[in-house]
Design a protein. Structure first.
Lengths: 306, 440
């Protein structure tokens, strides 16, 4: 528990420096007033929290400060931490439901280059270490060598993989994999899909088809759609969540590449606006760097001193 | 592309137009909204602030002098300012004036480097140059293979060395190119974080060893505020010579990319606008600014049309249309012409005003394919004379194309409506329709 918190704190160090670090600097020896809140607004926007979410955050901090008769600038930190935790924790996200019939299916979707394949590699390792039988469906048949890439990950994590050739119909691979998952009584089927921009209607249709076909192969399956978002994405993440949700639903998001200098901000915007829970966050290249997202811990790490 | 920002500014200026006179106050009001729109578009906070300030100063100063059409005037000022923010004029990518010329491509993970390398290679191969794609990403699983598959698909040579470090691979690749009459060496480096000191040092080493003629940073158009930090860091360590915006075919407002130009001073040279290897365009700041302001990108559209559409056929088509003589064969021909121009939704966004009108409308290319399939299942006499198609023929066509009879009916109905429309037009009922307009 402690070590994972430290890791989070360390990886988020730069965000903290930029976000809360900056905030704690501006609040020092100040009173809560409009000027101060303007400066905090700037810091939040520069962290990709987005205009709308920032405005709402500032508004409720202002309100709470008034309610509790707080005037000290540094109280803003506490209030922000509270607010962020509330927004991020608003919707709990169980990864599985106890009574889901086996196999459970995770459909991994997202725009190009967000790290879907890598995340699947990490998820496969994680769940098979937990004693679950995992099967990967290599449904990215579009990008050159994507199948080779996911195969290497499957070998590394020692799980079965169902694949076809480059250019094959992804839905047919999904069907075969779903059948295999039933036959081999797997616990979890991870479906890797090709990256697609949410604005391409035909590619979104293809995704719906993959989901339909899996449902056909395993009629009582619970199919969770997990959307992967690049941590450095700006406000476009909101559109991504909206449109992918329309197509195949969205039971949770996984935010990757949070070990850079940009992080977290848009997560708050997405949670604030759409209420989609964050399941995991990616903090680095190794398998252990994919961590279960804990809103309280996240806000705590974000706001921790020093 | 950038259509959301366009919408925002359009609303802003609608308000301004309504105001009649341009006072300091209503400029200020509209600038607040311009600023917010820019921020929502992921333009860096500081860049947005500077931008608004400079526009405001210019607008207030000028309005007193010539406030004939204040709204227009502000649009012009905003436009000019945007153009200057974007870098004034289109900067071309380094020419291939010696053999081998070396391009080095770098960026964060998943920004689209490998795909861009393929696109660059194809672009130059089409100009009869001989490119070499070099796999310097030895870290990501199957990255070498990915580049090889791309190279094979466009018949371009591929270079990789097993068990060697990227700087050595790149050095050897250039040596190989010198011996083998290669015109252009394209180095595909691994994705890395700008704060990863070890990997950034590796890039410095590569640069040191091969002295690239063009050092491109690939930036994802969807990136948020951090884009500036990334570009700054890459620029500081490598002195990049240009930026390529990737994933421009999405609906990201692309603001962050604008700020990259402003903050680093590096020109944006190319825009990557699709998944196909031909989907690469020069970046034109002036056109892009027009696009942002809802003036459309008609220049790009015309250029694209000129490249792909056979003029003789177009004239022939126009005559047929006006005589209401066109049939399914012409229909098919026209579909092919349009298809050659690239993804439809991309095209539509270039047309002035359409960006706004089409908000929320997605162009379903599958539907176009379905129409083509149906037409292709018709016999030649049927295509030439759709009147022949009766119930039993419809059933056959539906079966042949894998569609329902309803879809066939729908297409026929669409066709007749169009024919009627043009016949009316010929009788002078639709005089306003511009010359050369396509029926869909």
């Amino acid at each position: 528990m402690f070590s994972s918190f430290d890791k989070l704190k360390k990886s988020l160090g730069k965000t903290k420096d930029r976000l809360i670090g900056q905030i704690s600097q501006v609040v020092r020896r100040r009173k809560i007033d409009d000027d101060l809140l303007d400066e905090i607004e700037e810091i939040l926007i520069e962290a990709d929290v987005g205009v709308a979410a920032t405005m709402r955050l500032i508004k409720s901090v202002k309100l709470k400060a008034k309610e509790r008769k707080l005037t000290d600038g540094e109280d803003v930190l506490t209030l922000l931490k509270e607010e962020i935790t509330v927004i991020l924790a608003r919707k709990g996200s169980p990864l599985f439901n106890e009574n889901d019939p086996k196999p459970v299916v995770w459909l991994i979707v997202g725009v190009n280059g967000v790290g879907k394949t890598t995340t699947i590699g990490k998820l496969a390792t994680k769940f098979s270490q937990d004693g679950k039988k995992v099967i990967i469906a290599a449904c990215d048949t579009f990008r050159a060598a994507a199948i080779d890439q996911i195969t290497i990950w499957a070998e590394r994590s020692k799980v079965d993989i169902i694949k076809s050739q480059d250019g094959a119909d992804p839905a047919s691979v999904a069907f075969d994999a779903a059948k295999a998952a039933v036959a081999r009584s797997a616990d979890l089927l991870l479906v890797d899909t090709a990256g697609r921009l949410h604005t391409k209607a035909n590619l979104m249709e293809e995704l719906k088809k993959i989901k339909r076909v899996v449902n056909k192969a395993i009629p009582n399956a619970h199919i969770y759609s997990k959307l992967i978002i690049d941590g450095s994405t700006g406000q476009n993440a909101i559109n991504q969540v909206k449109i992918f949700t329309e197509a195949v639903g969205c039971d949770g998001i996984i935010v990757t590449k949070l070990d850079g200098t940009a992080k977290g901000g848009v997560m708050i915007a997405v949670a604030e606006e759409l209420g989609v829970p964050v399941d995991f966050i990616g903090l680095g290249e190794t398998i252990d760097d994919l961590q279960r997202f804990d809103p309280t811990q996240f806000a705590e790490a974000l706001c921790a001193d020093g | 592309m950038f259509s959301n920002l366009t919408d925002k500014l359009e609303t802003v200026f609608k308000k301004l137009r309504g105001a009649g006179m341009l006072s300091e106050k209503n400029i200020k009001d509209s600038m607040r909204e311009v600023r917010q729109a820019l921020l929502e578009a992921d333009v860096n906070y500081k860049v947005a602030k500077r931008f608004v300030k400079s526009v405001q100063e210019k607008a207030v100063g000028e309005s007193v002098l010539k406030s004939i059409e204040p709204g227009q005037q502000v649009i012009k000022i905003v436009h000019d300012e945007l153009v200057s923010l974007l870098g004034n004029k289109a900067e071309p990518i380094a020419p291939i004036d010696k053999s081998p010329t070396v391009y080095m491509v770098c960026g964060l993970q998943g920004s689209g480097k490998t795909t861009l390398c393929g696109k660059l290679a194809l672009m130059h191969r089409r100009k009869n140059k001989k490119p070499l794609l070099v796999a310097a990403d030895i870290y990501r699983p199957a990255a070498v293979k990915q580049l090889k598959v791309i190279a094979d698909s466009i018949a371009v040579e591929h270079f990789s060395l097993e068990g060697k470090k990227p700087p050595e691979i790149c050095r050897e690749a250039v040596k190989y190119a010198e011996k083998n009459f290669i015109d252009l060496v394209i180095l595909d480096t691994a994705g890395r974080l700008h704060i990863d000191d070890e990997l950034m040092t590796e890039l410095e080493e590569i640069k040191e060893q091969v002295k690239p003629d063009e050092l491109l940073l690939v930036a994802d158009a969807m990136t948020g505020q951090d884009a500036v930090k990334v570009a700054e860091e890459f620029h500081k360590r490598l002195n990049i010579t240009g930026v390529v915006l990737s994933k421009m075919d999405g609906d990201a407002r692309g603001g962050a990319a604008l700020s990259i130009r402003e903050v680093t001073g590096c020109p944006i040279k190319l825009a990557s606008i699709g998944e196909k290897l031909g989907d690469l365009e020069p970046f034109h700041p002036d056109r892009m600014a027009s696009r942002i302001l809802g003036m459309g990108d008609i220049v790009s559209l015309v250029e694209k049309a000129q490249e792909t559409i056979d003029e003789g056929k177009a004239i022939e088509m126009q005559e047929k249309l006006l005589k209401a003589q066109f049939n399914f064969e012409d229909f098919l021909e026209q579909m092919n012409q349009i298809k050659k121009m690239g993804p439809l939704d991309g095209l539509l966004k270039m047309i002035p005003g359409v960006g706004k009108a089409l908000k929320g409308v997605t162009v379903d290319e599958k539907n176009m394919e379905r129409m083509v399939a149906i037409i292709k299942s018709m016999t030649i006499p049927e295509r030439r004379n759709p009147g022949l198609i009766d119930g039993s023929r419809k059933r056959r066509i539906a079966r042949g194309s894998g569609n329902s009879v309803q879809s066939v009916n729908q297409l026929l109905k669409q066709f007749y409506t169009m024919q009627k429309m043009f016949s009316n037009m010929n009788k002078g009922k639709f005089k306003g329709l511009p010359k050369g307009m396509m029926p869909f």
